[in-house]
Design a protein around this ligand. Structure first.
Ligand code: F0G
Length: 445
């Protein structure tokens, strides 16, 4: 290894650095880490990435993650030889990210009140485990393999555990998943069982499960694969890469995500910062993060709904006391995150600081939507022949809201990310069985 890649603390006043083979997820002062690269990738790679869409029998070209491997080259591979790559890179036979690209969905565009040609939706549910998590899990497990870890560990609202368990099974690693008991979609739970993970049921919500899994990882030598792991963020950068590549490297005006632990917000922000710094894109898209009304931490803090102050990255000096006070307020008043979109039922977004940095760089915004709005949006996506889960419905629902508020304009170019497939069949059945729902097609007979 030539030490071109390394880890660096995100706090500009701290800036501690670690070698790439470190298994730390934070610096010794407790700040999150970034993967950094010393070399600036040449824009000529754009053509290479495009040409790899004809994979020529190489699964690492087929993969929507590893097709961009030069932009996440923390293993410092400098060969295209498939066998050499496979010594390092973890892939489910090239399936992660392979089918992901933006689509027009005319019925959704009409419902949102947008010009049909301006709206793109990118289904990340068509990943092998059914969610965007496979993008970041392939890279996190690659790092686990690089440092010789034998057991990976995560907390999850369901999709992370499915992705972790799938890659672990394929790589012959053990996998422990900590889940909030009774609060994850049945389809997600069954995946974790089926892929042979050890389920650890935690009383409480996702935030409690994460705290417990991080403790156990430290004490029992597990390798954490939640999005606080900086290598997860590297793989998830490929979500905006694929969208922007599809638009011929012309930035859209907006990229819109549902928000939970804010891993996606962080990774999209990092991808855009790097592309801009390298001169690969000329315009910085704005990121809109959409949270649930029942789990609205970032919405409240970013928009000054708590303590009267708007929380900002503030060039690396965020008001972390405001965040602590908000969490204290939640605890003291017994307020728990509450939404039917269990994937984003998160009160303490672990990546909040990286998320704020992304919002500052992109002049981003945070909006919130109700459960009913997410369900309608999930359903209209279905009527275009794509399925997505309820949390993913936050993207179109949020775009609709922001168009109504004239923050997003009807002919802005917008890419909304549909983060996962439907894994809770009862949600769609219940929706359509109730004729009062906007898009319901109740059964006959
Ligand atoms: N959408 C889906 C379908 C998810 O599963 C998640 C997160 C999010 C959005 C939010 O993404 O955390 O990057 O802001 N699910 C995690 C899990 C927490 O455990 O599967 P984020």
């Amino acid at each position: 290894m030539n030490n071109n890649a390394y880890l660096k603390c995100i706090d500009p006043d701290c800036g501690l650095e670690y070698p790439i083979k470190s298994r730390n997820i934070e610096c010794e002062r407790g700040h999150l880490l970034d993967v950094k690269y010393k070399k600036t990738p040449s824009p000529d790679l754009k053509e290479l990435f495009y040409n790899r869409r004809n994979p020529q029998g190489n699964i690492f070209n087929e993969s929507g993650v590893w097709r961009f491997r030069e932009l996440l080259n923390f293993c410092e591979i400098d060969t295209d030889n498939k066998d050499e790559c496979s010594k390092y890179l973890v892939s489910l036979d090239g399936a992660e990210g392979r089918q992901s690209k933006p689509y027009h969905m005319s019925k959704v565009a009409d419902f949102l009140g947008m010009n049909q040609n301006c709206l793109w939706l990118q289904p990340e549910g068509y990943n092998p485990s059914g969610s965007f998590k496979d993008n970041g899990m392939s890279t996190a497990v690659t790092h686990a393999k690089l440092i010789g870890a034998k057991r990976i560990i995560c907390a999850s609202t369901g999709n992370t555990s499915a992705a972790a368990a799938m890659f672990a099974a394929n790589e012959n690693m053990d996998c422990d998943v900590y889940i909030p008991a009774g609060q994850i979609a049945p389809g997600k739970l069954s995946q974790a069982y089926q892929f042979g993970a050890q389920i650890v049921q935690v009383k409480g919500n996702f935030d409690d499960a994460l705290a417990k899994s991080l403790d156990d990882a430290k004490n029992q030598d597990g390798y954490t694969v939640n999005s606080v792991n900086p290598f997860r963020i590297e793989g998830q950068k490929t979500i905006p890469y694929r969208a922007i590549e599809y638009l011929n490297w012309n930035s859209p005006d907006w990229i819109v995500y549902p928000g939970g632990a804010m891993g996606n917000l962080s990774s999209c922000g990092k991808a855009l910062m790097e592309l801009y710094e390298w001169g690969w894109i000329k315009k910085i898209p704005r990121i809109a993060v959409i949270v649930s009304e029942g789990a609205s931490t970032l919405y409240d803090l970013y928009n000054g709904k708590f303590g009267g102050k708007k929380l900002r990255w503030n060039k690396g000096k965020p008001d972390t006391e405001l965040i602590e006070n908000y969490y204290k307020y939640l605890d003291q008043n017994g307020i728990r995150p509450q939404t039917k979109a269990t994937a984003i039922q998160i009160g303490r977004p672990a990546n909040i600081l990286k998320g704020l940095r992304a919002l500052e760089f992109t002049d981003g915004i945070v909006a919130k939507v109700s459960d009913a709005e997410m369900l309608d949006a999930m359903s209209i996506v279905g009527l275009n022949g794509f399925d997505c889960e309820m949390a993913s419905g936050a993207s179109p629902a949020g775009i609709r809201k922001l168009i109504g508020e004239e923050i997003i304009k009807k002919d802005d170019v917008v890419v909304g990310i549909l983060t996962g497939r439907q894994k809770d069949a009862s949600l769609a059945v219940d929706y359509h069985n109730d004729p009062a729902n906007l898009f319901a097609i109740p059964p006959r007979g």
